[in-house]
Design a protein around this ligand. Structure first.
Ligand code: PEP
Length: 252
């Protein structure tokens, strides 16, 4: 099955009202060229509403970087419910980013709960999976990816992936300037698709698997031309309009 390419920008904890407006001005202006690509921007939660307003009338969609795992809103100080993300116009939400797993102690189980809550709120989860350098060097990559995916599958089943997107993000490539080679990315993506296919071959075939980890304009083409790489989740390079748009052009 031909899967539509997707390029999502994860702004992480970056941005300010003026800088966001300038960045979005350029992205929105150029977005009409990339008709074959689903473009998404994921700003910090505080800016979701203003970024959503700046995207009005464009094909660029809005995503959040995180949500609370709780099914219902209530007494969870500092947290944001998925329903609120939906309410301000989010279509997507990133779950299980390695920074959340490593710095904020999110376990596979919490990530699975977040995924389930996202679905219940009508959001499309972008599920991040990835191994550390130590895990890769000790040949644990497939064990780690399989375990992270299995935790979500155990909670939502293969049907939970009908609207979801997966992002393979090797931890050693995130923000390091060290990108996985096209061969390494393809091997990991094929493994992830195979694991999903064990649960449901049709859903596995239609699920987009993005690559994330130091994607730049000059390496995007090689990565996106791999059979099982359906676009990218972009961190640092999504903060520069020219760079982000060049990555979208590579996906087109
Ligand atoms: C990310 O944080 O999801 C990411 C891929 O970051 P970078 O592109 O900066 O490596």
């Amino acid at each position: 099955m031909a899967r539509r390419k997707m390029v999502a920008g994860n702004w992480k904890m970056n941005g300010a009202r003026d800088a966001n407006a300038m960045l979005l001005h350029d992205i929105v202006f150029d977005a009409k060229r990339y008709t074959a690509v689903d473009m998404v921007v994921c700003p910090p939660a505080l800016y979701l509403e203003s970024v959503g307003a700046a995207l009005t009338g464009s094909s660029v969609q809005l995503g959040a970087q995180n949500l609370c795992e709780q099914e219902k809103p209530g007494a969870f100080t500092g947290e944001i419910h998925g329903g609120m993300l939906k309410d301000v116009g989010c279509a997507y939400v990133i779950v299980g980013h390695s920074e959340r797993r490593a710095l904020y102690g999110e376990s596979d189980e919490v990530v699975a709960q977040k995924f389930q809550t996202a679905l219940a709120c009508g959001l499309k989860p972008i599920l991040c999976l990835g191994e550390t350098l130590e895990e890769r060097e000790s040949e644990q990559t497939e064990i780690v990816l399989g375990r992270q995916l299995a935790a979500v599958l155990a909670r939502v089943g293969a049907n939970g992936f009908k609207s979801a997107v997966i992002a393979y993000e090797p931890v050693w490539a995130i923000g390091t300037g060290r990108t996985a080679s096209a061969e390494q990315a393809q091997a990991a993506h094929a493994f992830i698709r195979g694991e999903l296919a064990n649960a449901d071959a049709k859903i596995a075939d239609s699920t987009r698997i993005l690559y994330g980890g130091s994607v730049k304009a000059d390496n995007a083409q090689a990565l996106f031309s791999c059979r099982d790489v359906d676009g990218g989740l972009i961190g640092g390079a999504s903060l520069k309009a020219t760079e982000f748009l060049a990555i979208c052009a590579a996906a087109q």
